[in-house]
Write a protein that binds this ligand. Structure first.
Ligand code: TPP
Ligand code: MG
Length: 296
Protein backbone atom coordinates (compact mmCIF):
# COMPACT_ATOMS: atom_id res chain seq x y z
CA UNK A 1 0.00 0.00 0.00
CA UNK A 2 1.41 3.38 -0.94
CA UNK A 3 -0.01 6.83 -0.34
CA UNK A 4 1.72 8.36 -3.38
CA UNK A 5 0.51 6.67 -6.53
CA UNK A 6 2.53 5.80 -9.60
CA UNK A 7 1.45 7.43 -12.84
CA UNK A 8 2.53 10.90 -11.72
CA UNK A 9 4.49 13.00 -14.19
CA UNK A 10 7.97 13.19 -12.63
CA UNK A 11 10.97 12.94 -14.94
CA UNK A 12 12.62 9.50 -14.95
CA UNK A 13 15.47 9.68 -12.44
CA UNK A 14 13.92 12.41 -10.27
CA UNK A 15 14.40 11.62 -6.58
CA UNK A 16 11.58 13.82 -5.33
CA UNK A 17 8.67 11.38 -5.70
CA UNK A 18 10.79 8.61 -4.15
CA UNK A 19 11.56 10.70 -1.06
CA UNK A 20 7.97 11.93 -0.74
CA UNK A 21 6.44 8.48 -1.15
CA UNK A 22 8.83 6.92 1.36
CA UNK A 23 8.06 9.62 3.92
CA UNK A 24 4.27 9.57 3.72
CA UNK A 25 4.24 5.77 3.56
CA UNK A 26 6.42 5.69 6.69
CA UNK A 27 3.69 7.75 8.41
CA UNK A 28 1.16 5.20 7.18
CA UNK A 29 -0.64 8.02 5.41
CA UNK A 30 -1.31 9.79 8.73
CA UNK A 31 -0.35 13.25 7.58
CA UNK A 32 -1.68 16.47 6.12
CA UNK A 33 0.41 17.93 3.30
CA UNK A 34 0.83 21.53 2.17
CA UNK A 35 2.84 21.78 -1.05
CA UNK A 36 4.05 24.96 -2.70
CA UNK A 37 3.91 25.52 -6.44
CA UNK A 38 6.88 23.71 -7.93
CA UNK A 39 7.88 20.42 -9.54
CA UNK A 40 6.23 18.17 -6.97
CA UNK A 41 2.90 19.95 -7.26
CA UNK A 42 3.04 20.06 -11.06
CA UNK A 43 3.78 16.34 -11.40
CA UNK A 44 1.33 15.09 -8.79
CA UNK A 45 -1.78 17.24 -8.91
CA UNK A 46 -2.68 18.27 -12.41
CA UNK A 47 -6.29 19.28 -12.96
CA UNK A 48 -8.57 16.28 -12.55
CA UNK A 49 -5.82 13.92 -11.40
CA UNK A 50 -3.95 13.37 -8.15
CA UNK A 51 -1.21 11.04 -6.97
CA UNK A 52 -1.95 11.84 -3.32
CA UNK A 53 -3.59 9.35 -1.00
CA UNK A 54 -3.39 11.73 1.97
CA UNK A 55 -5.09 15.10 2.60
CA UNK A 56 -3.22 17.48 0.30
CA UNK A 57 -3.39 21.18 -0.42
CA UNK A 58 -1.51 23.04 -3.10
CA UNK A 59 -0.56 26.42 -1.65
CA UNK A 60 0.92 29.36 -3.50
CA UNK A 61 4.62 29.38 -4.41
CA UNK A 62 5.29 31.65 -1.44
CA UNK A 63 3.11 30.46 1.43
CA UNK A 64 3.19 26.71 2.21
CA UNK A 65 4.49 27.45 5.73
CA UNK A 66 1.54 29.77 6.43
CA UNK A 67 -0.94 27.23 5.04
CA UNK A 68 0.58 24.47 7.18
CA UNK A 69 0.44 26.73 10.24
CA UNK A 70 -3.28 27.18 9.55
CA UNK A 71 -3.85 23.45 9.19
CA UNK A 72 -2.01 22.76 12.43
CA UNK A 73 -3.94 25.46 14.32
CA UNK A 74 -7.25 24.13 12.98
CA UNK A 75 -6.42 20.55 13.98
CA UNK A 76 -5.51 21.79 17.45
CA UNK A 77 -8.72 23.83 17.79
CA UNK A 78 -10.83 20.88 16.62
CA UNK A 79 -9.06 18.42 18.95
CA UNK A 80 -7.91 16.37 15.95
CA UNK A 81 -4.12 16.61 16.38
CA UNK A 82 -3.83 12.83 16.70
CA UNK A 83 -5.08 12.36 13.12
CA UNK A 84 -1.71 13.04 11.56
CA UNK A 85 1.47 15.07 11.24
CA UNK A 86 1.38 18.35 9.36
CA UNK A 87 4.01 18.34 6.63
CA UNK A 88 5.21 20.89 4.12
CA UNK A 89 6.89 19.84 0.89
CA UNK A 90 8.44 22.88 -0.77
CA UNK A 91 11.13 23.56 -3.33
CA UNK A 92 14.35 25.41 -2.60
CA UNK A 93 13.02 28.55 -4.31
CA UNK A 94 9.85 28.50 -2.23
CA UNK A 95 11.90 27.92 0.90
CA UNK A 96 15.02 30.05 0.62
CA UNK A 97 13.62 32.92 -1.45
CA UNK A 98 9.97 33.76 -1.93
CA UNK A 99 8.56 31.88 1.06
CA UNK A 100 11.23 32.72 3.61
CA UNK A 101 9.06 35.35 5.35
CA UNK A 102 6.11 33.03 6.06
CA UNK A 103 8.61 30.26 6.88
CA UNK A 104 10.35 32.42 9.46
CA UNK A 105 6.98 33.31 10.98
CA UNK A 106 5.91 29.67 11.17
CA UNK A 107 9.25 28.76 12.80
CA UNK A 108 8.98 31.67 15.21
CA UNK A 109 5.46 30.74 16.31
CA UNK A 110 6.76 27.19 16.62
CA UNK A 111 3.84 25.45 14.94
CA UNK A 112 3.95 21.69 15.18
CA UNK A 113 4.93 21.29 11.51
CA UNK A 114 7.66 19.35 9.73
CA UNK A 115 8.86 21.58 6.88
CA UNK A 116 10.65 19.58 4.16
CA UNK A 117 12.64 21.47 1.54
CA UNK A 118 13.18 19.51 -1.67
CA UNK A 119 16.45 21.05 -2.77
CA UNK A 120 17.05 20.64 -6.50
CA UNK A 121 19.11 23.84 -6.44
CA UNK A 122 17.03 26.08 -8.73
CA UNK A 123 13.51 26.97 -9.83
CA UNK A 124 13.21 23.83 -11.91
CA UNK A 125 9.56 23.55 -12.92
CA UNK A 126 9.79 26.93 -14.62
CA UNK A 127 12.97 25.97 -16.47
CA UNK A 128 16.06 26.37 -14.26
CA UNK A 129 16.24 29.87 -12.78
CA UNK A 130 18.65 30.45 -9.89
CA UNK A 131 17.48 30.32 -6.27
CA UNK A 132 19.25 31.14 -3.03
CA UNK A 133 20.19 27.45 -2.87
CA UNK A 134 21.79 27.36 -6.33
CA UNK A 135 25.53 26.77 -5.84
CA UNK A 136 28.27 29.11 -6.98
CA UNK A 137 29.41 28.72 -10.58
CA UNK A 138 26.14 27.13 -11.65
CA UNK A 139 24.63 27.89 -15.05
CA UNK A 140 20.94 28.79 -14.90
CA UNK A 141 18.81 30.92 -17.22
CA UNK A 142 19.19 33.83 -14.79
CA UNK A 143 22.90 33.25 -14.16
CA UNK A 144 24.07 32.81 -17.75
CA UNK A 145 27.64 32.12 -18.76
CA UNK A 146 29.33 34.82 -20.84
CA UNK A 147 32.68 36.49 -21.26
CA UNK A 148 32.47 38.01 -17.79
CA UNK A 149 30.05 35.75 -15.94
CA UNK A 150 31.06 32.20 -14.98
CA UNK A 151 27.51 31.30 -13.87
CA UNK A 152 26.20 32.18 -10.39
CA UNK A 153 28.54 34.55 -8.57
CA UNK A 154 27.43 34.04 -4.98
CA UNK A 155 27.47 30.99 -2.72
CA UNK A 156 24.61 28.70 -1.79
CA UNK A 157 22.58 30.15 1.07
CA UNK A 158 23.04 28.36 4.41
CA UNK A 159 19.40 27.49 5.11
CA UNK A 160 20.45 25.11 7.89
CA UNK A 161 22.03 28.03 9.74
CA UNK A 162 18.89 30.10 9.14
CA UNK A 163 16.68 27.32 10.51
CA UNK A 164 18.99 26.88 13.50
CA UNK A 165 18.87 30.60 14.19
CA UNK A 166 15.14 30.11 14.91
CA UNK A 167 16.08 27.76 17.79
CA UNK A 168 14.17 24.81 16.38
CA UNK A 169 14.11 21.48 18.18
CA UNK A 170 15.17 19.55 15.08
CA UNK A 171 17.08 20.57 11.93
CA UNK A 172 18.67 18.14 9.47
CA UNK A 173 19.83 17.59 5.92
CA UNK A 174 19.53 14.42 3.87
CA UNK A 175 19.95 13.24 0.31
CA UNK A 176 17.83 11.18 -2.05
CA UNK A 177 20.97 9.05 -2.43
CA UNK A 178 20.30 7.64 1.05
CA UNK A 179 16.57 6.85 1.12
CA UNK A 180 16.50 5.00 4.45
CA UNK A 181 18.13 7.97 6.12
CA UNK A 182 15.49 10.30 4.65
CA UNK A 183 12.78 8.20 6.28
CA UNK A 184 14.63 7.87 9.58
CA UNK A 185 15.03 11.64 9.79
CA UNK A 186 11.40 12.39 8.94
CA UNK A 187 10.26 9.93 11.61
CA UNK A 188 12.72 11.31 14.12
CA UNK A 189 11.69 14.91 13.36
CA UNK A 190 8.02 14.38 14.18
CA UNK A 191 8.92 13.09 17.64
CA UNK A 192 9.69 16.72 18.51
CA UNK A 193 6.85 19.10 19.33
CA UNK A 194 7.02 22.37 17.39
CA UNK A 195 8.58 23.38 14.09
CA UNK A 196 11.15 21.15 12.39
CA UNK A 197 13.25 21.60 9.24
CA UNK A 198 14.53 18.86 6.92
CA UNK A 199 16.37 19.73 3.69
CA UNK A 200 16.72 16.95 1.10
CA UNK A 201 19.21 17.22 -1.76
CA UNK A 202 17.67 16.00 -5.01
CA UNK A 203 19.33 16.25 -8.45
CA UNK A 204 17.27 17.61 -11.34
CA UNK A 205 17.79 15.68 -14.55
CA UNK A 206 16.84 18.51 -16.91
CA UNK A 207 18.17 21.50 -14.96
CA UNK A 208 21.50 19.92 -14.06
CA UNK A 209 22.06 18.44 -17.52
CA UNK A 210 22.44 14.83 -16.44
CA UNK A 211 20.75 11.58 -17.39
CA UNK A 212 18.09 9.94 -15.25
CA UNK A 213 20.25 6.93 -14.47
CA UNK A 214 23.00 9.20 -13.07
CA UNK A 215 20.94 11.18 -10.61
CA UNK A 216 21.30 9.09 -7.45
CA UNK A 217 25.02 8.54 -8.13
CA UNK A 218 25.49 12.31 -8.53
CA UNK A 219 23.60 12.99 -5.30
CA UNK A 220 25.97 10.59 -3.52
CA UNK A 221 28.96 12.31 -5.10
CA UNK A 222 27.74 15.72 -3.88
CA UNK A 223 27.90 14.32 -0.36
CA UNK A 224 31.27 12.58 -0.89
CA UNK A 225 32.93 15.82 -2.01
CA UNK A 226 31.79 17.66 1.13
CA UNK A 227 29.71 20.09 -0.92
CA UNK A 228 26.47 18.76 0.57
CA UNK A 229 27.05 17.90 4.23
CA UNK A 230 24.50 15.54 5.77
CA UNK A 231 23.98 16.69 9.31
CA UNK A 232 21.48 16.43 12.17
CA UNK A 233 20.85 18.90 14.99
CA UNK A 234 18.69 18.49 18.08
CA UNK A 235 17.95 21.61 20.13
CA UNK A 236 20.68 23.45 18.24
CA UNK A 237 23.36 20.86 18.92
CA UNK A 238 25.03 18.83 16.18
CA UNK A 239 24.29 15.26 17.23
CA UNK A 240 25.16 13.26 14.16
CA UNK A 241 26.77 13.52 10.73
CA UNK A 242 27.04 11.07 7.84
CA UNK A 243 30.73 10.32 7.50
CA UNK A 244 32.54 10.45 4.18
CA UNK A 245 34.43 7.20 3.72
CA UNK A 246 36.35 8.26 0.63
CA UNK A 247 36.61 11.96 -0.12
CA UNK A 248 36.16 12.88 -3.81
CA UNK A 249 37.46 16.07 -5.47
CA UNK A 250 34.78 18.58 -6.46
CA UNK A 251 35.96 18.43 -10.13
CA UNK A 252 34.67 14.88 -10.31
CA UNK A 253 31.21 16.10 -9.30
CA UNK A 254 31.26 19.22 -11.50
CA UNK A 255 32.50 17.77 -14.76
CA UNK A 256 29.64 15.31 -15.21
CA UNK A 257 26.95 18.01 -15.09
CA UNK A 258 26.16 20.40 -17.93
CA UNK A 259 25.37 23.18 -15.43
CA UNK A 260 29.03 23.26 -14.32
CA UNK A 261 30.89 22.13 -17.46
CA UNK A 262 31.79 25.68 -18.57
CA UNK A 263 33.97 26.00 -15.46
CA UNK A 264 36.60 23.83 -17.17
CA UNK A 265 37.01 26.26 -20.11
CA UNK A 266 35.90 29.67 -18.79
CA UNK A 267 38.74 32.08 -17.87
CA UNK A 268 37.28 32.48 -14.36
CA UNK A 269 36.42 28.79 -14.04
CA UNK A 270 39.59 27.72 -12.27
CA UNK A 271 39.04 30.26 -9.48
CA UNK A 272 35.42 29.19 -9.07
CA UNK A 273 36.43 25.52 -8.85
CA UNK A 274 39.06 26.43 -6.24
CA UNK A 275 36.43 28.29 -4.21
CA UNK A 276 34.00 25.39 -4.46
CA UNK A 277 36.77 23.02 -3.30
CA UNK A 278 37.47 25.29 -0.33
CA UNK A 279 33.74 25.40 0.53
CA UNK A 280 33.70 21.57 0.48
CA UNK A 281 36.88 21.38 2.60
CA UNK A 282 35.45 23.86 5.07
CA UNK A 283 32.25 21.80 5.39
CA UNK A 284 34.35 18.72 6.10
CA UNK A 285 36.33 20.56 8.76
CA UNK A 286 33.37 22.34 10.35
CA UNK A 287 31.19 19.23 10.62
CA UNK A 288 34.04 16.73 11.07
CA UNK A 289 32.76 14.68 8.14
CA UNK A 290 35.74 12.36 7.71
CA UNK A 291 36.27 9.25 9.80
CA UNK A 292 34.01 6.60 11.21
CA UNK A 293 33.04 7.39 14.80
CA UNK A 294 29.44 8.63 14.68
CA UNK A 295 28.15 6.91 11.57
CA UNK A 296 24.52 7.10 10.58
C1 TPP B 1 4.42 34.79 -6.98
C2 TPP B 1 4.83 33.81 -7.99
N1 TPP B 1 5.95 34.06 -8.73
C3 TPP B 1 6.35 33.16 -9.65
C4 TPP B 1 5.64 32.02 -9.86
C5 TPP B 1 6.09 31.06 -10.93
N2 TPP B 1 6.69 29.90 -10.33
C6 TPP B 1 5.99 28.82 -9.97
S1 TPP B 1 6.92 27.63 -9.28
C7 TPP B 1 8.32 28.53 -9.50
C8 TPP B 1 9.67 27.99 -9.12
C9 TPP B 1 9.66 26.90 -8.10
O1 TPP B 1 10.96 26.62 -7.69
P1 TPP B 1 11.23 25.71 -6.45
O2 TPP B 1 10.50 26.23 -5.26
O3 TPP B 1 12.70 25.55 -6.28
O4 TPP B 1 10.56 24.33 -6.84
P2 TPP B 1 10.97 23.29 -8.03
O5 TPP B 1 10.11 23.61 -9.19
O6 TPP B 1 12.41 23.47 -8.32
O7 TPP B 1 10.67 21.95 -7.45
C10 TPP B 1 8.04 29.76 -10.09
C11 TPP B 1 9.04 30.78 -10.42
C12 TPP B 1 4.49 31.79 -9.06
N3 TPP B 1 3.76 30.67 -9.17
N4 TPP B 1 4.12 32.69 -8.15
MG1 MG C 1 13.89 23.91 -6.91
Amino acid sequence: MTYFASGHGACPGCGIPVAVRNIIDAFDGKCFVANSTGCLEIISSQYGRSAWGVPYIHSLFENPAAVAAGIESALKALGRKDEGHVLVFAGDGATADIGIGPLSGMFDRNHDVLYICLDNEAYQNTGNQQSGLTPMGCLTTTTPVGKLMPGKIRQKKDMVAIALAHKLAYVATASVAFPREVVRKAKKAVEFEGAKYLQIHSPCVTGWGITGDQSFKIAKLAFETGLYPIVEFEHGELIRVRKIKEKRPVEEYLKIQKRFRHLFTHPKGEDVIKTLQSIADENIRRYNLMGTETEV
